[in-house]
Design a protein around this ligand. Structure first.
Ligand SMILES: Cc1ncc(COP(=O)(O)O)c(C=O)c1O
Length: 366
């Protein structure tokens, strides 16, 4: 293969976007407002409109969003929160930061929390569950709510990877009590630094989230509770406002590229392809394949100049700070089999065809 294809190289974003971002930075430099201000307010109104939610709070990052959500729901010492075993570490980390204990659930065959296992995990202490819409594919939220509502178990959605995914027309993050997003630069909608957001349908929760993220203030110098500083950086809000105008066209491109992958890899024996990636309940953030020959395939693609990634190579309950001595067979198997292929709107259809050719070649000779 002639041209290397990185997993994701953010310096390759198109020139018109680079210029629009530079222009936004210049405008903000002239205005001199670097905390709060109109860009943060504008971002929140764009989020509300796109996601179809009454309340949105832009914040510092997705990890803080999760912690703020749990604290606002008064999850604390002595409580238990169910989280999937396979996710980015923040999901479980936020539970510990709130004072509660994460209780891990095994996943299904595609990495989403296994709803069939939840009954065996609840105790008197279970106060909340964090479904993670991993890779951009939404957990079956109707089924989860049916399970959690009668038990009075709160839902904090980790929609960090699911911006732009909708189930039955309802956005990821808008099903549970509070939804959390990450705009980490590599996400399908990413800032040029750290940023995140929280959404809710409940005005009271929204007011408490706002207070918590701003030192417990209800107004300037009126501190009604103990909080922290988890506000969004205004410059990032400005950049996000620019990028949001491109978002829908990027999503269309992602789906086109994903459909080419699906088509060109469909007959490869030994390869499992992502489920529902073309559906609206999946935002095609990551294109994750599965094979028991993952490590060799990764090395082979690397030798051809193709970058890949693993989301994630170690399940959380097998990480030192979270060890619980239990087994999570599906999640563990996935952590050894999964491989994320390059998928971003700045790739060409030819890039996807070349990657698929190399994968087919690997399986022919393997
Ligand atoms: C599933 C999941 N949860 C939480 C986070 C945390 O978001 P952030 O990196 O913005 O803190 C991320 C992103 O990295 C994520 O992928």
């Amino acid at each position: 293969m002639s041209n290397p294809i990185p997993f994701l190289d953010l310096s390759l974003i198109p020139l018109d976007l680079k210029n629009a971002l530079k222009e936004k930075f210049s405008q903000m430099l002239e205005k001199g407002v670097f905390s709060g201000g109109e860009e943060s307010v504008l971002l929140e109104s764009k989020l509300k409109e796109y996601l179809g939610v009454p309340f949105a709070l832009a914040c510092s990052n997705g990890s803080d969003a999760l912690e703020l959500a749990l604290r606002t729901l008064e999850i604390s010492i002595g409580d238990e929160v169910i989280v999937p075993a396979l996710t980015w570490v923040s999901t479980a980390e936020a539970v510990i930061m709130s004072g509660a204990k994460p209780v891990f659930a095994d996943t299904d065959d595609h990495g989403l929390i296994d709803l069939g296992k939840l009954d065996s995990l609840i105790t008197q202490k279970t106060k909340a569950i964090i479904p993670v819409h991993l890779y951009g594919k939404m957990v079956d939220m109707e089924r989860l709510i049916e399970w959690s509502n009668p038990k009075n178990i709160r839902i904090v959605e980790d929609a960090a990877q699911a911006f732009g995914a909708f189930q039955n027309g309802i956005s990821a993050g808008n099903w549970g009590d509070i939804g959390c997003f990450s705009f980490y630069p590599t996400k399908n909608l990413g800032a040029l630094g750290e940023a995140g957001a929280l959404i809710t349908k409940d005005e009271n929760l929204h007011l408490r989230l706002m207070q918590f993220a701003n030192h417990g203030q209800t107004a300037r110098d009126e501190h009604h509770s103990v909080g922290r500083n988890a506000k969004i950086d205004s410059i990032q809000a400005g950049f996000m406002n620019v990028k949001m105008d491109y978002f829908e066209s990027w999503q269309k491109k992602r789906k086109i590229l994903a459909s080419i992958y699906l088509d060109s890899l469909k007959n490869v024996v030994g390869l499992t392809l992502p489920e529902d990636i073309l559906e609206s309940n999946h935002n095609a953030h990551l294109f994750v394949i599965q094979t028991d020959n993952r490590n060799n395939l990764k090395l082979f693609l690397e030798s051809k100049g193709i970058g890949t990634a693993i989301h994630y190579p170690t399940i959380i309950p097998k990480m030192l700070p979270y060890l619980d001595g239990k087994e999570y067979p599906n999640a563990e198997k996935l952590s050894k089999f999964i491989l994320s292929l390059p998928l971003n709107p700045w790739m060409t259809e030819d890039d996807v065809l070349s990657i698929s050719n190399e994968i087919r070649r690997f399986f022919e000779i393997a």
